[in-house]
Design a protein around this ligand. Structure first.
Ligand SMILES: C[S@@+](CC[C@H](N)C(=O)[O-])C[C@H]1O[C@@H](n2cnc3c(N)ncnc32)[C@H](O)[C@@H]1O
Length: 298
């Protein structure tokens, strides 16, 4: 992996490590989504589920590990920043055997090992460029994580897009395809980490007060309308438009291990020190096991 791209992520985590209080409403929202999914999957006796995967776990400020450890037997923390997940797991007080740390790990491999040469728009590079796009879009997940009940993507997608912009410029002919490949790959990898019938929760920041100062004045009641307006004005992070994510999920739903149902979760606000982000979520349930589907048709 490229040291500069890994360092960028580590630096951001170091800068946000002290923002526990500022993250509180965002954390509560993410926890609500995971706890509601736990209830859906665990049935009437609320039996503990086998495992949860947190992608982009970082400092774990957007989850409460002790609360989650009461719901899942094992929690996998995945991040390119090994130090952040290690520090967060120690600070959580959750028994070590419940937490499995996967870091440094590039969940969009080979993203963090790419260079601008990989996307050079020259005739003799087309074949290589196509190969790289296929790799980004592949479902090659992390080999050492067993199929899990729930996988959550914790605002890691926008960080992956940021790394991509260090490798391929926005005005390059390859940029749009690279963004789409990265997004499809991320969705496929989440689905691939799930057991049949499991649930992926895709949480992503879509725009910040850097380009949309009106977010600072937004409230829980106005944020959905504000985000809708910003999307119409094309003021959002390239690649995070929910309409395009839904299009990709629709395409993936034709595959055997694809989504069965997808629900959009309305945007909410995430305060990160003096910056405000709008965040939205998608709850994606993987198709159930084949035999269950067959029985249902009888
Ligand atoms: C915005 S932070 C999410 C907040 C984090 N859960 C927390 O509470 O601190 C995104 C996280 O994704 C990680 N990340 C970014 N790109 C990654 C990649 N390609 N593979 C693995 N982790 C990545 C960063 O290191 C960071 O910890």
């Amino acid at each position: 992996m490229r040291k500069d791209l890994v360092d960028n992520n580590q630096k951001r985590n170091q800068q946000t490590a002290s923002l526990t209080d500022s993250y509180q409403p965002h954390r509560e929202m993410v926890m609500r989504l995971i706890e509601a999914t736990f209830k859906d999957l665990s049935g009437p006796d609320s039996a503990e589920l086998s495992s949860l995967v947190l992608l982009g776990a970082g400092n774990c400020l957007d989850v409460e590990l002790p609360r989650l450890s009461e719901l899942f037997q094992t929690i996998h923390l995945v991040d390119v920043d090994a130090e952040a997940i290690s520090t967060a797991s120690e600070a959580s007080g959750v028994p070590g055997e419940k937490l499995r740390l996967h870091g440094p790990a590039d969940i969009a491999e080979p993203l963090l090992s790419l260079t601008s040469r990989d996307f050079e728009p020259t005739e003799d590079n087309i074949e290589h460029c196509t190969f790289v796009l296929q790799q980004l879009a592949s479902e090659n997940g992390l080999a050492d994580i067993p199929e899990s009940d729930v996988v959550v993507s914790l605002c890691v997608f926008s960080q992956m897009l940021d790394s991509l912009r260090h490798v391929v410029a926005e005005d390059s002919p390859a940029f749009t395809n690279a963004v789409r490949s990265l997004r499809v790959g991320h969705l496929r990898r989440m689905l691939n980490m799930l057991r049949p019938g499991g649930v992926a929760i895709f949480v992503t920041d879509i725009v910040s007060s850097d380009t949309a100062p009106e977010l600072k004045a937004a409230t829980d009641d106005t944020i959905a309308a504000t985000v809708k307006k910003l999307i119409n004005e094309r003021n959002f992070f390239s690649g995070t438009n929910p309409a395009l994510v839904l299009e990709d999920l629709n395409m993936l739903s034709r595959l055997p291990g694809g989504p069965d149902t997808v629900h959009t979760i309305d945007p909410w606000l995430w305060q990160m020190a003096d910056r405000t982000f709008a965040v939205y979520g998608l709850r994606i349930q993987k198709k159930p096991p084949i035999q269950e589907a067959d029985e249902a048709q009888v």
